[in-house]
Design a protein around this ligand. Structure first.
Ligand code: SF4
Ligand code: SF4
Ligand code: SF4
Length: 318
C-alpha cells in the first residue's frame, strides 16, 4: 500500500466522494469537531461534497470514498477518484460491503421503483425520477469490485475516532492498525446461562439492563460484527444489528456464517434449540444480513435463502 508522508509545509491533499449512500459517512467528518481542526493543519481538503464546491477531481494523496455503486454516475465517480488519488479508502459499510441499500440485490429494479415511487404512500406524485438521473445499475456493487482499494474502513458510519485514526496513520506514514475486536468486546452486558425457551422479537417486553441479549432470547449480532462504532447499541438498550459488517472470521471462512455462529452462542446460553435460532435468522435474513448482502462472500454463503432470492431476481433480468 502506498504511504503518504508530509510536513506542515507540505499538506496532504484529500479528495472525498459519496456514491449511493445516506451521507452519514460524510457527516462523520463534521462530527470529528475539533479533532478535524488538528488534522486540517496538515491536510488540504480538495474535492468534498459537504465542504467544498469543486466538481472535478484534482490530484490528491488520499481519497475517501463512501457509498456503493448503484448508478452509472457512481461508477464514473469511483473511477475518477481512483485516477486522481494515490491511496483509496473504502469508507463506511456501503463502500466496503454495499451497505443497507445492498439488500436491494434481492429485488428487481421494477420492484424497487414501484415501492419507492409508484406505491409510496408518503409521496404525492408517484412519479419515477426524471430520465436525466443517472441510470440505475442492476445490482449494488461494493467499490472494490470496480476500483482498487488500499484501506477498508467499515462502519455505519465508522466512529469518528476510527476515521481520525486512519487519517492520522496515513499522514504519519504508519501502517494503519487493523483491530479485529467484535462489538461484544466492548459490551458490558453479562453473558449467562438462562432457562429462556423462546426467541423474542426486538419489541417483545423490556430487556434486562445488564444481561447479554442472547441470554434473554433476543438476537444480537455483536459477536459476529466488527467493532467500528464503540458498541453504542447494547450500551443503550438495543441489540446490535451488524451495521459495521461481519468479522474477518465470517468473511474468510467459508463454513462460518452469521446465523450458525449466533445460534451456537445463543443455544449454549439458553434452552432454545440451535436449529430454531438458525431458522429464525434465515427467515429474517433481509434484516440480519442487509448491510452486507451485496458483498459476494456474504451473499454467496452456502445453504442460504439469500441465494434463492438473488437467483430469483437474476432470473427476472434474463
Ligand atoms: S455506511 Fe451507513 S452512514 Fe455511511 S453512507 Fe452508508 S448508510 Fe450512511
Ligand atoms: S451478544 Fe450483544 S448483548 Fe451479548 S455481549 Fe455481545 S454485544 Fe453484548
Ligand atoms: S448496530 Fe452494532 S455495529 Fe452498528 S452501531 Fe450498533 S453496535 Fe455498532
Amino acid at each position: 500500500m502506498a504511504h503518504t508522508h508530509t510536513s506542515k509545509t507540505d499538506p496532504v491533499t484529500i479528495n472525498t466522494e459519496w456514491l449511493s449512500d445516506c451521507s452519514g459517512c460524510h457527516v462523520a467528518i463534521v462530527d470529528m469537531h475539533e479533532k478535524l481542526l488538528n488534522v486540517l493543519e496538515t491536510v488540504q481538503i480538495l474535492h468534498c461534497p459537504v465542504l467544498t464546491d469543486i466538481k472535478d477531481y484534482p490530484k490528491a494523496k488520499i481519497g475517501l470514498v463512501s457509498g456503493a455503486i448503484r448508478t452509472e454516475h457512481d461508477r464514473h465517480a469511483a473511477e475518477e477518484m481512483r485516477k486522481s488519488c494515490d491511496v483509496i479508502i473504502a469508507w463506511g459499510t456501503c463502500a466496503v460491503y454495499g451497505g443497507i441499500a445492498g439488500a436491494g440485490i434481492v429485488h428487481t429494479q421494477e420492484e424497487i421503483f414501484d415501492t419507492v415511487y409508484g406505491n409510496n404512500k408518503t409521496t404525492i406524485t408517484h412519479a419515477a425520477p426524471s430520465a436525466e438521473i443517472s441510470p440505475f445499475e442492476q445490482v449494488v456493487t461494493p467499490i472494490d469490485e470496480v476500483i482498487g482499494v488500499d484501506l477498508y474502513l467499515p462502519g455505519c458510519p465508522p466512529h469518528p475516532a476510527f476515521v481520525f485514526d486512519a487519517l492520522l496513520t496515513l499522514l504519519e506514514g504508519r501502517a494503519p492498525k487493523a483491530t479485529k475486536e467484535t462489538v461484544c468486546a466492548r459490551c458490558t452486558r453479562t453473558m449467562k446461562r438462562t432457562g429462556v425457551t423462546k426467541i423474542k422479537k426486538n419489541f417483545d417486553g423490556v430487556p434486562e439492563r445488564d444481561v447479554c441479549f442472547l441470554s434473554q432470547g433476543y438476537i444480537c449480532l455483536g459477536s459476529v460484527t466488527l467493532d467500528r462504532c464503540m458498541s453504542p447499541c447494547p450500551a443503550n438498550g438495543t441489540m446490535c444489528t451488524g451495521c459495521a459488517g461481519a468479522t474477518m472470521q465470517i468473511l474468510t471462512e467459508p463454513n462460518r456464517d452469521i446465523r450458525t455462529e449466533v445460534a451456537d452462542r445463543m443455544s449454549r446460553m439458553t434452552s432454545i434449540n440451535r436449529d430454531e435460532i438458525i431458522s429464525e435468522i434465515e427467515y429474517s435474513a433481509k434484516s440480519h444480513y442487509s448491510y452486507t448482502m451485496a458483498a459476494k462472500m456474504i451473499g454467496k454463503k452456502p445453504t442460504f435463502l439469500i441465494n434463492k432470492w438473488i437467483a430469483n431476481t437474476e432470473a427476472e433480468y434474463e
